[in-house]
Design a protein around this ligand. Structure first.
Ligand code: PEP
Length: 250
């Protein structure tokens, strides 16, 4: 039985005040959820968020993650953070392969696989993001692109991952959500690719990401192979993020 996951990617948003207000807004709501909750703040706010959650006894409910990591443990890599350092700061998860990093930081499938391996080495649960661009979909290669992204990770790391997030690039931050049927088709494809690699296909959560909101979460999460959401913009409003999380069974 796969437990639902509501994951919030704050991207490059937040402040000390935002963290304080957000945690206060979660209190009284997050305790009654059936699903797991993971927050990915900008890395500098990880310790403050961890401490704020601990202060209200919410740290046993809300897990934390980082949005990126370096492949090495330490060294002369100015501006970088290793998985080991992120774990030391309280992260249990890390996003790898987010489309914004693939696009703006030029992360290739090989880099994503190496970062996934680094996350596992550090004891972090990698949430591996895959997804096709609009041009890929228009050219009829959405499936091939997504399976290619997934297979490069599986070939290097095996299937003992934290989660997969299917995020069609054309749906991220655009307000254009994939229909539940389209998302389910891709999730089922991902699940069968996992099974082909003897990965624990049945147990690995596969999250959908791409303009998930309070109003569309229920229809997406009702699909058989959609185990939760990786939520960007809507996770910045604690109330709406909780509405999305409430749409998930345990
Ligand atoms: C994301 O950043 O992973 C994402 C899905 O963003 P949004 O929900 O804003 O589309």
């Amino acid at each position: 039985m796969r437990r639902g996951i509501a994951a919030g990617n704050w991207k490059m948003h937040g402040s000390r005040q935002f963290v304080a207000d957000y945690v206060r807004a979660l209190d009284g709501q997050v305790q009654s959820l059936e699903c797991a909750v993971v927050l990915f703040p900008p890395v500098g706010y990880l310790p403050l968020l961890a401490e704020s959650l601990r202060h209200l006894d919410l740290d046993r409910i809300v897990e934390l993650g980082a949005q990126n990591l370096h492949t090495e443990v330490q060294g002369a890599f100015t501006g970088e953070m290793s998985g080991e350092m992120l774990a030391d700061l309280g992260a249990r998860w890390v996003l790898v392969g987010h489309s914004e990093r693939r696009e703006y930081a030029g992360e290739t499938n090989d880099v994503v696989a190496a970062k996934t391996a680094a996350a596992l080495r550090a004891g972090l649960k990698p949430m591996v993001c895959v997804g096709e661009s609009e041009a890929d979909r228009d050219a009829g290669r959405a499936e091939a692109v997504v399976i290619g992204q997934l297979e490069s990770v599986l070939a290097r790391c095996g299937g003992e991952l934290g989660a997969i997030a299917y995020e069609p690039v054309w749906a991220i931050g655009t307000g254009r959500t994939a229909t539940p049927a389209l998302a389910e088709e891709m999730h089922a494809l991902i699940r069968s690719a996992l099974a082909n690699h003897s990965a624990p296909a049945a147990e690995l959560p596969i999250l959908y990401g791409g303009s998930v909101k309070g109003g569309n979460a229920g229809a997406l999460f009702a699909e058989r192979d959609i185990d939760g959401g990786l939520v960007g913009g809507a996770s910045l409003k604690a109330e709406e993020f909780m509405e999305i999380a409430r749409a998930l069974p345990g």
